[in-house]
Design a protein around this ligand. Structure first.
Ligand code: TYM
Length: 329
């Protein structure tokens, strides 16, 4: 029997944080042997907020190089850039005709983003429909993402079910795959909000490509609490977040870490955490530098990836067009 499909994507909208790493990227690698995986750089999603064209080009190749540096293998997985496969936009349009405005307006990310902008563009509202198209084009079974994407995956399931019951079985209904620990890494300055590359305070996040000094400084400044009690609970959200980062990098259990640091001040733990993250990111950073400078290699990967993805995407799209009643050419 054919292997099941795994699909995920990351926006090239700025440098990636360790939230992106722990919640998504790091988990992509282990899925490559058991599943047929597609990993996309979703540039069409990125333009739903203001982008500088030059930076967008740079960031797109940065994400591609990070995928490869982390260990995504182009012989096992399809790695490509979303705008190279126009079927995403085509299926997105079809799905827009069965997505209700009310449902889209209820998406928390839409509500957050539209609150922050003066003029709300339609692309922000339709963003999750394009994400549904990404996933459904490939008959995806599993979507490895962070917790913040749960609502979007639920919408995807809903749209797939709606289409299937209107026109007969067409799409596989996907399931979300989130890591047990680290599905929602929080800001180092405000544990009520998620760690995000769009945060205006750079002390709130660690970037995958941050250097040693920046990582040490940011962890040192990370907020904790005044209880000075080393424990893992919801009253100590900031500390809990730091422990989640620690165990995500070392693979230890929370219990092991809590037992090691219990009775000590937070300072020692934060310094050790910085070391763990620096060492954890080092191989990735080194490989990134090598790969990123090889433009020809990157071009080869994204060109071949787009060809393979297009082939699969077309299969689904042809089915969809036929069921809708479009005349085949
Ligand atoms: P994006 O680009 O915002 O984030 C990429 C991935 O990183 C995860 N993530 C986090 N995980 C834990 N803690 C955090 N603080 C944190 N911040 C980000 C996200 O959950 C995501 O998995 N809509 C998607 C991109 C997308 C997509 C798709 C994903 C487009 N099409 C199809 C899967 C399948 C997004 O904006 O991710």
């Amino acid at each position: 029997m054919d292997k099941k499909i795994v699909y995920s994507g990351i926006q090239p909208s700025g440098s990636l944080t360790i939230g992106n790493y722990i919640g998504a990227l790091k988990n992509f690698i282990g899925l490559q042997d058991e599943y047929n995986c597609l990993y996309c750089i979703v540039d069409m999603h990125a333009i739903t907020v203001e982008q500088d064209p030059k930076l967008l080009r740079k960031n797109t190749l940065d994400v591609l190089a990070l995928y490869l540096a982390e260990g995504l293998d182009p012989d096992k997985s399809i790695i490509y850039i979303q705008s190279h496969v126009p079927q995403h936009a085509e299926l997105g349009w079809m799905l827009n005709t069965i997505a209700s405005m009310g449902q889209l307006q209820r998406m928390t990310q839409f509500k957050d983003k539209s609150k922050r902008s003066k003029e709300v563009m339609a692309g922000i509202l339709n963003y999750p429909v394009l994400m549904a198209a990404d996933i459904l084009l490939y008959q995806t079974s599993y979507v490895p993402v962070g917790e913040d994407q749960r609502q979007h995956v639920e919408l995807t399931r809903d749209l797939a079910q709606r289409f299937n019951s209107k026109y007969s079985d067409t799409f596989t209904i996907p399931d979300i795959l989130t890591p047990k620990v680290g599905a929602r890494i929080r800001s180092l300055q405000d544990p009520e909000s998620k760690m995000s590359k769009s945060d205006s305070d750079e002390n709130s996040y660690i970037l995958i490509l941050d250097d040693e000094n920046a990582i040490r400084r940011k962890f040192k400044r990370a907020v904790t609490d005044s209880l000075n009690n080393f424990d893992y609970n919801d009253e100590q959200k900031a500390l809990k977040n730091l422990i989640n980062i620690y165990v995500s990098f070392t693979g230890e259990s929370v219990e092991e870490v809590v037992n090691r640091y219990r009775g000590q001040g937070y300072g020692k733990f934060k310094a050790d955490l910085a070391d763990v993250v620096i060492e954890g990111l080092r191989p990735l950073q080194t490989r990134f530098k090598e790969i990123r400078s090889d433009k020809e290699y990157l071009e080869k990967i994204y060109t071949e990836g787009a060809e393979k993805a297009s082939y699969l995407a077309n299969k689904t799209l042809r089915k969809v067009y036929k069921k809708i009643g479009f005349i085949a050419k």
